[in-house]
Design a protein around this ligand. Structure first.
Ligand code: CP
Ligand code: NVA
Length: 308
């Protein structure tokens, strides 16, 4: 039995593989928009395991695998044995004998790593406390669609050094761009938790305006991620000065894009006139989850396909 390829964190794919994946995404998206059937996954099953809420991730994986001719099964911890203490290693053995690929949204990264270590089929990270690699695939693809290659560009991350931030930092190392990070004191990047090779591809700024200055992308995320709700009140106070507003977008490049993984809280991490304004491409970003994940699933199951 061959060892499956997993996508548990961004750096699981090389820069060449990512270039391929983005080219492939463009083709898959074009075919789908043109009503051309492409069904390489007939009879194949994706199992999706959710321990946290989701709208985009569930929809994009379920619709995506169906559009490739396969089917999806949704499991959540509330109504499966996973929530009643069945060891994750046992669950991995069983689930991976009944399916062809698995997507998991869970808490600690360790859970998905243990699952993958016992899985016969590829496992995809659909968000953990540490990382959200599928989101950053979609974000970078969206930038490429609008502005071209991301190499050498500057991304300003404003707010919490959370799973989405960590993944941007990993992506910067793999694809050779820079991240300017500004977090409130006490919420700084933890390089080890972010799984970084070094500190060459990011710089921290005390003032979010300095992080945004000259950026090609300005991006942020909720101040309180899933699993951290007990800290909500404290975070609301600590993050007040880290809202992406029109003034911040004005110091970025004139053609800067605003990205947000969604769901967003207007009036907290982002002002309404930014997320609903001319720099924002958040709806393309959300849609691109669908297309880029189809390319990812195809790659993990079928490897490189000759581009037509
Ligand atoms: N961005 C994202 O992953 O959204 P969901 O939580 O709705 O899946
Ligand atoms: N950082 C957020 C992302 C949600 C898609 C969270 O983990 O809740």
């Amino acid at each position: 039995m061959s060892v499956p390829r997993h996508f548990l964190q961004f750096k699981d794919l090389t820069s060449d593989e990512l270039d391929y994946l983005f080219d492939r995404t463009r083709w898959i998206k074009q075919q789908f928009k043109a009503y051309q059937k492409y069904w390489p996954l007939v009879d194949r099953t994706l199992v999706m395991i959710f321990e946290k809420a989701s709208t985009r991730t569930r929809l994009s994986f379920e619709a995506g695998v169906q559009q490739l001719g396969g089917s999806a099964i949704y499991l959540n911890t509330r109504d499966s044995q996973l929530g009643r203490g069945e060891p994750v290693e046992d669950a991995a053995q069983v689930i991976s004998r009944m399916s062809d690929i698995v997507m998991i949204r869970t808490f600690e990264q360790d859970i998905i790593e243990r699952f993958a270590a016992h899985s016969r089929v590829p496992v995809i990270n659909g968000l953990t406390n540490e990382y959200h690699p599928c989101q950053i695939l979609a974000d970078i693809y969206t930038f490429i669609e609008h502005r071209g290659p991301i190499r050498g560009k500057t991304v300003a991350w404003i707010g919490d050094s959370n799973n989405v931030c960590n993944t941007w930092l990993q992506a910067a190392e793999v694809l050779d761009f820079n991240v300017h990070v500004s977090t409130p004191p006490g919420y700084e990047v933890e390089p080890e938790r972010a799984g970084l090779f070094g500190t060459d591809h990011y710089e921290e700024f005390a003032d979010p305006m300095d992080a945004a200055r000259g950026a090609d992308i300005v991006t942020t995320d909720v101040w309180t991620s899933m699993g951290f709700e007990a800290e909500n009140e404290e975070r609301l106070r600590d993050f007040q000065d880290w809202q992406v507003d029109a003034e911040m977008m004005r110091v970025a490049r004139p053609d800067a894009l605003f990205l947000h993984c969604l769901p967003a809280h207007r009036g907290e991490e982002v002002a309404a006139d930014v997320i609903d304004g001319p720099h924002s491409v958040v709806w393309d970003e959300a849609e691109n989850r669908l297309h880029v994940q189809k390319a990812l699933i195809e790659f993990l199951l079928l490897g490189h396909i000759n581009l037509t």
